[in-house]
Design a protein around this ligand. Structure first.
Ligand SMILES: NC(=O)C1=CN([C@@H]2O[C@H](COP(=O)(O)OP(=O)(O)OC[C@H]3O[C@@H](n4cnc5c(N)ncnc54)[C@H](O)[C@@H]3O)[C@@H](O)[C@H]2O)C=CC1
Ligand SMILES: N[C@@H](CC=O)C(=O)O
Ligand code: NA
Length: 441
């Protein structure tokens, strides 16, 4: 049988990894897919660099539309990135009846509903394993492996750049700005790392997992997004003393009869949990299903060949399914069109979580009682409390100290109100630091 012909749009980091792995493992991949998979055409603005990657046997063009217009191309692989030209090209490829494979989480988290509908209407597949946690097969796990379950919650370290930064801050006691520069020097963080450090990249990925887990449309605009730029090394140290690590987690949770939580923010996680020990640029996703319990998926969430591993897995799926009827295929978001739920994403005020609070207070009698009373009046119960010695905080003879409080679960709205009252106490001398906490059990 003639090999499946693939057109690559963009041959940068992931595109070149895809070409190299496909070529290197060609024979084994063919034995698995039942048919050869060949890149026969590549489009990249930098045609010179593209030619260096693929050699003379593959046609290289600058205009991606030439690939889409080629009737011999069966599958278009979009590895350009971003919401702009990539969206137009993906929709044009679908309209031309091509299956699409993409690693573009930004595109799908924002425009997924439109793209998946267009693909369903046309009877083609848009496969996106590489878009969430790179090489970790989490889309397949959620959409197929865990299909028996009512997923209860997912919590993931789904951005390698920020996990590297947090690991270095903890291990070496360095501040955020210092480690960010090192992450850029090592090539983990982009020259413009905004999407990584502000939590946007993780929120794109969490949005996709939320849709698949709960059968709801992709709703990036409803996600709460908070990055790690304001995190201080002090809080990482205090969290550690209380038995916790701070991780940037993408969290989505089913709240029966109410809706879905969808949020990304720095989170205290008990140090004994496996996910708390995922260090450096590695990714990990914990999924809790009612039947299976808690499962953990760990691996490289980025990089040329780890991400290519996921792109090629999708190419093999497309190859295996090329002959089946559209309505027999695995649905894009796990649930069939018309079977999606209207369960809404909850406003942040309704989210329930634990909290870490750090209060810089005057070292005087009665402060602790006033703080505890304010929390108790708001119905927020204290789980643990740490009071630093004044001289540890401000040097010998200091009149200030730090109170570090861990709370049990509370509604965000109640915590906001209590925090405002705490902040107004005359003994509270600086803006209160607050980080959310999840026990993940
Ligand atoms: N780099 C990684 O580790 C991961 C990347 N991704 C996603 O994979 C996608 C690709 O990322 P990278 O390979 O890292 O990007 P990259 O910047 O290395 O490669 C993009 C390529 O697209 C080309 N390009 C840009 N505009 C074009 C156009 N209009 N027509 C044709 N070619 C064009 C560029 O010249 C470049 O070679 C993005 O959506 C990214 O979010 C996903 C997971 C991991
Ligand atoms: N920038 C991302 C890589 C791709 O998803 C990360 O740091 O994890
Ligand atoms: Na993946």
């Amino acid at each position: 049988m003639k090999p499946i012909q693939v057109g690559l749009l963009g041959i940068g980091t992931v595109g070149s990894g895809t070409y190299n792995v496909l070529t290197r493992n060609q024979e084994e991949i063919q034995r698995r897919a039942g048919r050869g998979i060949e890149v026969t055409m590549v489009a990249d603005l930098d045609t010179e660099r593209a030619r260096q990657v693929v050699g003379p046997q593959v046609k290289v063009v600058a205009d991606a539309r030439e690939v889409i217009a080629n009737p011999d191309i069966d599958v278009v692989v979009e590895l350009i990135g971003g919401y702009g030209v990539a969206k137009t090209l993906v929709l044009e490829a679908i309209a031309a009846g091509k299956h699409v494979v993409t690693a573009n989480k930004a595109l799908l988290a924002v425009h997924g509903s439109e793209i998946f509908k267009a693909a369903d209407d046309k009877g083609v597949i848009v496969a996106f394993e590489a878009a969430v946690a790179g090489g970790i097969p989490i889309i397949k796990a959620l959409r197929e492996g865990l299909t028996a379950n009512r997923i209860q919650w997912i919590a993931g370290i789904i951005n390698g750049t920020t996990n590297f930064i947090l690991s270095e801050m903890r291990e070496r006691g360095l501040d955020f700005d210092v480690v960010l520069k090192e992450a850029q020097r090592l090539g983990y963080a982009e020259a413009d790392p905004t999407f990584d450090i502000e939590g946007v990249d993780a929120a794109h990925k969490a949005t996709l997992m939320s849709a698949i887990a709960f059968g709801i449309p992709v709703q990036f605009d409803k996600a709460y997004v908070e990055g790690i730029t304001k995190l201080a090394a002090t809080d990482i140290k205090y969290a550690e003393q209380l038995g916790y690590r701070i991780k940037l987690l993408g969290i989505t949770k089913r709240r029966e009869g109410e809706g879905v939580e969808l949020r990304v923010h720095p989170t205290l996680v008990p140090a004994k949990r496996l996910i708390a020990n995922v260090e450096g640029p590695m990714n990990a996703v914990v999924v809790n299903g009612d039947a299976v319990g808690t499962t953990l998926y760990y691996g490289k969430g980025a990089g040329s060949e780890p991400t290519a591993s996921a792109v090629i897995a999708d190419l093999v799926d497309v190859t295996r399914l090329a002959t089946s009827e559209a309505h027999h295929r695995v649905p894009h978001l796990a649930f069939r069109q018309g079977q999606m739920h209207d369960m809404g994403v909850l406003p942040m005020d309704d989210v329930v979580t634990g909290y870490y609070l750090r209060l810089r207070v005057a070292d005087e009698a009665g402060v602790l009682a006033r703080v505890a009373t304010t929390l108790a009046d708001a119905g927020i119960s204290v789980d643990a409390l740490l009071q630093r010695e004044a001289d540890e905080v401000g040097g010998e003879g200091s009149t200030q100290t730090d109170l570090i409080i861990l709370t049990h679960d509370a509604r965000e709205g109640a915590m906001n109100a209590a925090q405002a009252k705490l902040q107004a106490l005359p003994s509270v001398l600086a803006p209160i630091v607050r980080i959310r906490k999840e026990e993940l059990n």
